[in-house]
Design a protein around this ligand. Structure first.
Ligand SMILES: C[S@@+](CC[C@H](N)C(=O)[O-])C[C@H]1O[C@@H](n2cnc3c(N)ncnc32)[C@H](O)[C@@H]1O
Length: 236
């Protein structure tokens, strides 16, 4: 499949829709994104008493804010290529009074600007699909984790059940681009979303990429009938 936008430029789409991103997310997912983020928080590693978290492709900081509900979280660094998304996220962080705990930075998840072994957990929610070199990004996650640390990835997938899958594909191809165009005022942002969901490796194929990046026994869990997967891998 040829994508309507290059992945290396995808952050520009997010720049263009940053003010409406949260609302569109809630409408298009029917509010399910709250449940998916909660599942990610529940999977933070239990073996540490305190956690430093790096949230890649942090966008408007929803995951950064969510993980702070775990009292063990001492600090969160959020990294994203889109200045617009970061600026919007910073306003949310400030409103919640969490500016001393959460710091957002502009940067590329394929070249993480932090030293080796700086974090107990890395998170990435609906971001890795947008990154041109997925293995490079996962390797970087592995590099910045300390031993025993965990990489957590939330990403769209396609359901295994044929019936659910055909309904879901109908939604992705026909309803989502129309609704997305209407809500965002952007002609192609949500066509890009459905294209990237359909072409992106999921399930065992994604676990194979995690293994290539150095995670020994990565696992995944299907959420909401398989339309989203939560992946995790520990650094040994
Ligand atoms: C679908 S949004 C997800 C935002 C947030 N994690 C969430 O769950 O709502 C994808 C984000 O990936 C960011 N992005 C795209 N390529 C990136 C890269 N190479 N490095 C870091 N962020 C990137 C975009 O700017 C955008 O904010």
């Amino acid at each position: 499949m040829t994508l309507s936008h290059s992945k290396s430029e995808s952050f520009r789409i997010f720049d263009a829709i940053s003010d409406r991103y949260d609302l569109i997310n809630t409408v298009l997912s029917g509010g399910l994104h709250y449940i998916w983020r909660k599942a990610l928080r529940s999977a933070l590693p239990q073996r540490f008493d305190s956690l430093r978290v790096l949230d890649l492709a942090t966008g408007t900081a929803d995951v950064a804010l969510e993980v702070c509900k775990d009292e063990r979280v001492q600090s969160v660094r959020g990294l994203d290529m889109s200045k617009g998304m970061i600026a919007y996220g910073e306003r949310k962080v400030e409103k919640k009074g969490l500016s001393s705990k959460i710091e957002l930075l502009v940067g590329d998840a394929q070249h993480i600007p932090f030293a080796d072994e700086s974090f107990e957990a890395t998170t990435m929610s609906f971001g890795i699909r947008n990154v041109p070199d997925v293995v490079a990004c996962l390797r970087e996650s592995h590099r910045v984790l300390r031993s025993g640390g965990r990489c957590l990835v939330l990403e769209f997938a396609l359901p295994r059940s044929r019936i659910i899958r055909s309904f879901h594909l109908f939604y992705l191809r026909n309803v989502l681009p129309l609704l997305g165009r209407w809500l965002s005022g952007h002609q192609t942002a949500y066509t890009y979303l459905n294209e990237t969901i359909e072409e992106f490796p999921y399930g065992e194929d994604f676990l194979a990429l995690m293994r290539r990046a150095g995670f020994k026994q990565p696992q995944f869990k299907s959420l909401t009938g398989g339309i989203v997967h939560l992946y995790w891998g520990d650094k040994t």
